[in-house]
Design a protein around this ligand. Structure first.
Ligand code: NCD
Length: 485
């Protein structure tokens, strides 16, 4: 008798897991730590089990990795499973020019789930589109690294027992670090407050900042003055009391300077300069050391780092009781054991449900055209620009309402960066308009008739002419005005 197959769950973004899913993963990770202890260190897995003895994990790494790949493989081996690895693009079919979409479909025949790392933003989403087995994102460009966030949250939770109302400073390259992007979404969802301390010019990407405010309900409060020259602290994302509700307070009610400076910091999360993602490799960068942590507000702050570190976190801190980054790396094994075993359906009565409870992801309408039609994602590092993938990607964007539902922006279906400037053309009528509201008409048939161009010049070059005064028939405000006149 064959049992009903599990629905395939891909973990591309931390937002593919509900808060309840994350709690379940932590419960199981703790159970593995308790059942398979290392006699010397409470944060290490010291023995193996056989629960996954019939399963194979494939690791497909197109970018350097130590922790992520080895802790995934260790996790699978500790579960009694087997691993197969392609860790060097130079010795895999990628060197012959094979697309990711093809590699994934082939490897899916050899394993039961796969973890993938890739230098392009959105590569894991493309892999998931083509994979019949679960794909876990082990880091895609500067987009996301959801399983690192699971380790980070688990570490914070073990230390503080809860995440709500913690004040977490994040230091360094907040633009290029994928670990930061997954981490801040999760912090906001669990009600922690986020204090960015970016290196100069390396603040959170605009789309991450907007999502924190617009979708996760954070209020951003800014200080009247920078706190220190080394690590200017000029803002705090304050998560509402109830993360699932719109914010219950207004920024004006918060004493900004007090919020920034008075409350003690619970953790400092340090990241390295992601030099592989920047053209200018020689930029000033903050360094976290004993002197920095001597400030009274950091007296009880744990220090976390996804590692590797390359000078931004002083080694003299290693013996400081606040330094918990090696524990954080050790937790990679139980946390990934929990995730793998859940994805494989090895826990009776426990599984990962798509956004059941927790922080529900909006189901957004999708604009979807072949790659040859209209605008591509403007993020140059997005997987849609990878020549080897050109036949396998589409111009696919989520339509996100803005301006009280009157207008919209687009969010790339792969790398999730936002596009605010574009024009909309009508395929059959051969005209284009600047009225983005056209994308908000609800029926799919209508959406299929529309093409988005980056600007007027591109629309004209494709043979469309400008149409002024287009009226969106479904625009509620316009409807009301019309009925009054
Ligand atoms: C991180 C990554 O690859 O994004 N490493 C990791 O997985 N622990 C952090 C980094 O490379 O800076």
């Amino acid at each position: 008798m064959t049992s009903k197959p599990l629905p395939t769950r891909h973990i591309v973004s931390i937002n593919d897991l509900s808060n309840r899913d994350i709690e379940t993963i932590f419960e199981i990770a703790q159970a593995y730590l308790d059942e398979l202890p290392d006699p010397q260190f409470s944060y290490r897995i010291g023995r193996s089990t056989h629960v996954a003895s019939n399963f194979i994990l494939a690791s497909l790494f197109y970018e350097p990795s130590t922790r992520t790949r080895l802790s995934f493989e260790s996790a699978m081996l500790r579960l009694g499973g087997q691993t197969i690895t392609s860790a060097d693009p130079a010795t895999s079919s990628a060197a012959k020019g094979e697309s990711l979409a093809d590699s994934v479909r082939v490897i899916a025949n050899y394993a039961d789930l796969m973890v993938i790392r890739h230098p392009r933003d959105g590569a894991a989403r493309l892999a998931a589109d083509y994979s019949p087995i679960p794909v876990i994102n082990g880091g895609d460009g500067s987009h996301e690294h959801p399983t690192q966030t699971l380790c980070d949250l688990f570490t914070l939770k073990k230390k503080n027992r809860h995440l709500k109302n913690l004040k977490i400073a994040i230091s360094g390259d907040l633009r290029g670090s994928r670990t930061i992007h997954s981490f801040v979404y999760a912090l906001a969802r669990f009600g922690a407050n986020i204090m960015p301390m970016p290196a100069r010019g390396m603040g959170l990407p605009a789309h991450v900042d907007r999502r924190l405010r617009e979708e996760f309900g954070c209020k951003i409060v800014t200080a009247s003055k920078a706190e220190s020259d080394d690590a200017p602290i000029d803002a705090l994302y304050v998560t509402p009391e109830e993360p699932h509700q719109p914010s219950l307070f207004s920024a004006a009610e918060i004493n900004l300077d007090a919020a920034l400076t008075e409350k003690k910091v619970d953790a400092v999360y340090v990241t390295r300069f992601q030099k592989e993602r920047w053209a200018d490799k020689d930029q000033p960068y903050p360094r976290i050391d004993k002197k920095f942590l001597n400030a009274p507000k950091y007296s009880g702050a744990s220090v976390l780092h996804p590692l590797p570190r390359v000078g931004e976190l002083d080694a003299s801190l290693d013996t400081d009781i606040r330094a918990i980054y090696f524990q954080q790396a050790a937790y990679g094994v139980p946390v990934r054991m929990a995730l793998i075993s859940l994805l494989l359906g090895l826990h009776k009565g426990k599984s990962l449900h798509k956004f059941e409870g927790g922080f529900a992801k909006q189901s957004l309408p999708i604009y979807d055209q072949p790659r040859s039609v209209g605008m591509h994602c403007p993020n140059k590092n997005c997987i849609v620009h990878e020549p080897m993938e050109s036949q396998y990607v589409r111009n696919r964007f989520f339509i996100v309402r803005t301006d009280a539902g009157e207008s919209c922006k687009l969010r790339c279906g792969y790398c999730e960066s936002d596009v605010e400037k574009f024009v909309v053309a009508h395929k059959k009528n051969k005209w284009f308009s600047k009225d983005r509201g056209m994308l908000l008409r609800p029926d799919e048939q209508h959406l299929r008739e529309l093409i988005v161009f980056a600007d007027e010049a591109d629309a004209r070059e494709a043979g469309f002419h400008f149409r002024r005064n287009f009226t969106n028939p479904l625009s509620p405000v316009r409807e009301r005005l019309k009925s009054r006149s």
